[in-house]
Design a protein around this ligand. Sequence first.
Ligand code: F6R
Length: 629
Amino acid sequence: MCGIVGYLGSNQAAPVLLSKLRVLEYRGYDSAGVAVIEAGRLNVIKAAGKLSNLETLLQSQRPQATVGIGHTRWATHGTPNDLNAHPHISANGTLAIVHNGIIENYADLRQELTDRGYVFVSDTDTEVVAHLLSREMDKGADLLGAILQVVKQIKGAYALGIVSQNQPDRIYAVNHHYSLTVGMGENESFLASDSTAVRQYTNKIIRLEQSEIAEITAHSVRLFDFAGKESTREPVSLESDPYKIDKSGFKHFLLKEIHEQPLVLRQTLSKYMTGAEDPINFNVEHFKPTGNGANDKMGLYGVRLTENEIKGIERIHIVACGTAYHAALIGKCIIEELCSLPVDVEIASEIRGRKLLVNERTLTVAVSQSGETADTLAAIKEAKKKGSYTLGITNRPDSHLAQITENLIVTECGIEVSVAATKTYVAQLACFYLLGIYLAEQRGAVSKAKLKELKGGLLQMPALIEQILGRAEDYRQESLKLADANDVVFIGRGFNFPTALEGALKLKELSYIHASGYAAGELKHGPIAVLDSTVPVITVLVPGKVYEKTLSNAQESRARQARMVAVAVDGDEKAPKTFEHIFRIPPVDEFFSPIPACVPMQLMSYYVADFLGKDVDQPRNLAKSVTVE
Ligand code: F6R
């Protein structure tokens, strides 16, 4: 949430900052700005709205500078306007600051500073930090000294980038329970909240640790803890990324990412489950999901729990937010089914202020695409404190989550640019199937024959999604018939209740049409009251233990004249008797059905949103990485 960038070197800073901000725009797009040192003077250029507004200003003003910082904002304190856009300038006018996170005690500090005559021009918590730095410098501290004083006064989790016209050969970065990466090139240095924005320029990076300050010049990085003690750390190399950050001919990143799902599944499955000799460097191009590997013992590299530890686990607790929470709910169904272990799933933000009942016989799993979601991080840290084993499932092996969990499974998706999660959701589901099978194997919970069948089934998923994507045009035509709705209800049972929740979330975040997901059996306990002939009810209906009951629940909606829509398998002859619109998917076992069933819904949400002219890749009010609690 919010993106910080910085540059020092011999090139023009503004174009570099802009290109890095473009990579980070998914983190927030309420406003953007840069501060550069031009002819020895601080020059701040910023604009409300999308990055393109800043780009226009930079093109007309063309600041000549080789050092600067930049920011793309997701508003927390103060409406998204020019004044609240970052960077913010200190009272003495010599330094500028960009900030991610929240200064929790900013109101008290602002009052104190106002009482002493400091004038605030914005409503942000950030400006407090700028003025505090200024106050310390007025007392005689240099910038590093001022930072060391100010970190003692501010509370909360935050990351800062600071540039001063008095020390134009350096920028400072401060990381406190956030993420910041310094990139080291040839006589130039970079700063970014996310290593993806550095990767364009260099693969040599230093990740700042918690409560750490970096003094960055074009040639060096000095690191200090909050007590001022200096330490050294060698840069590490970033691994290469097989995914290109472009739309590859698709109209939107979202559509491209939906179409990348077979590749993503192959990447993830081939990493953890294959007969290949070198599973990590497995050649995805040649990966044939036809049951290869079904006989092999899986290697969940990154899961370090021993067989005995796995056997000793009595309960699994999963924490996550948003789409990752929906994946976790399906994870519960998978693990309970295969391992007969009780699994609880909680929305990570709901754990705050409550008793967390985990212990050393619990495995707590945190699922987070970004690995930076503040609520999820807080929950897993709390579980770790209580002695629980921890496991992270993330798309970002360089994230905060990856650093703090002892066990890790990485979804191999490459960067997901579109703010709405699609390919990472499907990859999270794949990870839960892998985890469930792995735990069952280690605990001896299912027979060898069953394990083989499960692995074979999972390996069919990429090809199944390919078939579904081949039907995209049919889905588009069906979807547009729903674009006039004001309210949409999604229902499903068992493994596909979370599919219904995810379908509703995708539709509302992309199209802004109000949508709710319900357990199909719950409809009659209240939500059915909202149904009439204007409301589409979208039922996830796949053959299996709950097929008949789900169909009955759909019929209850039909009796209320609702517009009947289903995701149903080919050959389901009962479906046309109940539903007017059917999104057909190839036949699939109920157990694996959440993977294919979500795809028509993703496409439906995309087509409706695009038809309505919505900003598909950057829906209003959202940010990709939610780093505030
Ligand atoms: C919805 C979406 C969000 C995220 C949620 C958690 O499309 O992307 O609901 O799933 O903000 O984010 P991560 O997975 O990064 O923890």
